[in-house]
Design a protein around this ligand. Sequence first.
Ligand code: HAM
Length: 448
Amino acid sequence: MSELQFRTPKGTHDVLPEDHQYMTYIKKAVRHRARQAGYKRIDTPMFENKAIFERGIGQHTDIVEKELFLVTGKREEDASDAQFALRPELTAGICRSYIEHGMQQLPQPVELYAIGQCFRHDRPQKGRYRQFHQFDFEVIGLKDPSLDAQLIFALVKIFQDLRIMDRLTLQINNIGSAENRKTYVDALKDFFIGKERHLSEQDRSRLQTNPLRLLDSKEEDTQILLKSAPMFEQFLTDESKEYHATLLEYLDELGITYVQNPRLVRGLDYYTQTVFEFWDQSSGAQNAVGGGGRYDGLIELLGGKPTPGVGVACGMERIIWHMKEAGVKVPNKDQVDVFVAQLGPEAKKQCLTLVSHLREMGVHTIGALGEASLKSQMRHADKFEARYTLLLGKMEVKEGTIILRDMKAGKQKQMKYEQAIPEVIKLLGQENLDTYVLKDQMGETDED
Ligand code: HAM
């Protein structure tokens, strides 16, 4: 076999039709639960001014420091293009949009959801890609633990719909206000004075740039030192503690089980108060299926008025992986109902109308109206896994008839040409036809 000349770039993958059945299924669950809770859909550009991510997510986070895809533009001399980056997540762009479109004028909270590709120039490994899909929920403009609880509940519902909730655990923590964090970070820095030599080079640099990241350091020495370091909890104000306690009470009320995890800090800087992640029960923090939290300072950081917000995003590839592992089957909407085979110029012409009428009635129809023999067309119909084949040869055209073949049963019968469509519809069942009703036309379609 000759060497393939082109392949998908490292860390990316084609979403092939089989996986799109999962994608569509997930999107349906997401849209359904989002609409039930009053969310509206938004799309922001795939690339944004790089500063939005630097300021929002944080200059010294892995996502910005190491994983940002810069958009350099086509021409090198076009220096302005270098200020753009492909979005590594959706929250910062949505908050930029909230400010840009004056959404603070709308009744608050503004609830938005988005589904789309994100890009992180990470080292590719299982469940970690350079281009992946997220669905994302944001609730902007009000601060109340009941909003955090409702958001988490919507996510739990989606995971239940997709039948993977029993594979996940909800990890939750409160990381206090920005001021709490600052005091804690100062205390942490003080604690590590004179102990730097016990730290790895990476942790030493984290101590300078983003000391909170030491908490989830993988280094054993760092973890040992941390045992006697000041605990974050000591720095939480009563207000933050109360906020968290109320949230947990609400989660209990909603019957949501969670694990309180004081080490959960998340990899993005914009969080305040509530943070949470949905972990895979078997692999823990690695390959979390979703994560989010409250970001009460983000909109202001991006130039808006102080506005609280809370949100979550989930990785769709990771969800698909779980669904497959759990043996969750999704409906195959791409099945071929009828293959139309023909022979001769007259039959071919007639079949064009037949094919379009069948489709109009909601029958998935393939009309590979080539010149091959009827026999080879039948083989073709088999390969397409068509349930029925309609055959129109020269004789049938002359007689005004048509042959309907049940591919599985291997049986066929001849009938009047006019009977073909009603007969196919009867066999498939009216309820299985793929037609748009007005409700669908006003809403969204499966494809987006
Ligand atoms: P995040 O934890 O960075 O949060 O990403 C959310 C989810 O996206 C992860 O739990 C994971 O499932 C998926 N994900 C992240 N990186 C990759 C990757 N390289 N390959 C495959 N899947 C990945 C955020 O993005 C925040 N914007 C969430 C949020 C929304 N916070 C408030 N609102």
